[in-house]
Design a protein around this ligand. Structure first.
Ligand code: PLP
Ligand code: LYS
Length: 423
């Protein structure tokens, strides 16, 4: 196993280099905390999903994983479709230069305003999550003199065997329409003139590290597609969602190609000629990014050692939220004779006890060192907040030896720019 899950990251002369750029210089030039993404790693992740096939396969990048418009623009140029969950995400995709007809709109709570916006822009498909949403879509589309292209998101009741907070395909989850009610839901949708049925989809959870739950869900879904056809309801596409896991530590997730092949085999066996869609987020971006953070203080106590860094749970919340393990490395290697390795909890400045990035990690570290939190390209910057009135980090995109600033750090004034003191 390579030392780092980011393939474009390596150690050269005891310091970490991403593509052709030294991380120490980036921290010095742009300050910390700082997100840094590798364009070559994004390319590699995108290529991994490209499988030759006897039908169109649309890869819909799940915008929530990393919604910086430079990242969206990169995927738009590759020909990606986009999975979105809000008007804001759709607007970002359009601002990044992608056409509306490559947008699918998922989410359990689509508002009238969001539906109007998506219909007027002309998106590819609404992934519908309830009967009430069918009624709302029909009403809005009819009022606008349009027909809404729809797919029903099915809840297949399959255990994705991932963290319970990011599992979405069990019957107790709020997502999708119960597979036992799917036929009736489709028949109801077919009776509504404002709707145009084009697909079926599911998304069973995130950070999946085995193909088995996908196969279980796929079999269930394909059974439904057959049943629908028997009732005269035909579909253009089948969307198998996102969720493919990545390596944070020692996970060995299936390759994207093996997931696509499993789906293609299933389609061929069933005699289906539908187009195929997937909605990957994490697997396209997690291991294209890292976060740099400087050690402010070392705080040894009688119980444990703390390395107190300048990034907090507001900047990177995954450990606080899911106890997620993310690799933390010192970007400069110390000679063992100069700095001895010890066990540290790496904690941030936020006034919460859950404000930690890593626990009980062996690190040779001094105050002033810069640490890199790896695999931070997905669900890190998008979940950042201004809690404790902290300025969210800047973001950089490295391309060979070139560094692009793709987001400036929040300014102090931006923290209250939208607030008003009453007269
Ligand atoms: C509907 C939908 N599609 C796709 C994704 C992307 O998932 P992942 O980042 O795990 O690939 C998510 C998030 O889990 C989602 O909710
Ligand atoms: N935010 C989660 C993934 C959630 C996926 C959303 N459907 C994470 O960081 O792992």
């Amino acid at each position: 196993m390579t030392p780092y899950p980011i393939t474009t990251l390596r150690r050269e002369n005891q310091t970490l280099v991403l593509e052709n750029v030294g991380l120490k210089k980036l921290a010095a030039d742009y300050g910390t905390p700082l997100y840094v993404y590798s364009k070559a790693a994004l390319s590699e992740a995108w290529q991994a999903w490209q499988v030759p096939a006897d039908r169109p396969i649309h890869i819909c990048y799940a915008v929530k994983a990393n919604s910086n418009i430079a990242i969206l623009n990169f995927f738009a140029r590759q020909g990606a479709f986009f999975d979105t969950v809000s008007q804001g995400e759709i607007a970002r995709v359009l601002a990044a230069g992608a056409p509306a007809h490559r947008v699918v709109f998922s989410g359990v709570a689509k508002s009238v305003k969001e539906i109007e916006f998506a219909l007027n822009e002309g998106i590819h498909c609404f992934n519908v999550e309830s009967l009430a949403e069918l009624d709302r879509l029909h009403a809005v589309a009819t009022r606008l003199g349009k027909r809404a292209p729809i797919s029903l998101r099915i809840n297949p009741d399959v255990d994705a065997k991932t963290h319970p907070y990011i599992s979405t395909g069990l019957k107790e989850n709020k997502f999708g329409i119960d597979h036992t009610e799917a036929l009736a839901a489709y028949q109801y949708a077919a009776s509504l003139s404002g709707l145009n049925i084009i697909g079926i989809d599911y998304h069973i959870g995130s950070q999946l590290t085995s193909l088995t739950p996908y196969l279980d869900a796929q079999n269930r879904l394909f059974g439904l597609v057959k049943q629908l056809a028997e009732h005269g309801i035909t579909l253009e596409h089948i969307d198998l969602g996102g969720g493919l896991g990545v390596r944070y530590r020692d996970e060995v997730p299936p390759t994207a190609a093996s997931l696509v092949e499993q789906a293609l085999n299933g389609l061929r066996e069933a005699g289906f000629n539908h187009a195929l869609m997937f909605e990957p987020g994490r697997s396209l971006v997690a291991n294209a990014g890292l976060m740099l953070t400087e050690v402010e203080y070392l705080k040894p106590t009688q119980h444990k050692n703390f390395a107190i860094v300048d990034a907090g749970m507001n900047d990177l919340i995954r450990p606080a939220l899911y106890e997620a393990w993310m690799q933390v490395v010192n970007i400069d290697e110390h000679d063992a004779s100069a700095v001895a390795a010890q066990h540290y909890d790496v904690v941030g400045p936020v006034c919460e006890s859950t404000d930690w990035l890593a626990k009980d990690r062996e690190l040779a570290v001094q105050a002033g060192d810069v640490l890199a939190v790896l695999s931070a390209g997905a669900y890190c910057m998008t979940m950042a907040s201004n809690y404790n009135s902290r300025q969210r980090p800047a973001e950089l995109l490295v391309d060979g030896s070139t560094v692009h600033v793709i987001r400036e750090r929040d300014t102090l004034a931006s923290l209250w720019a939208d607030e008003r003191i009453p007269e």
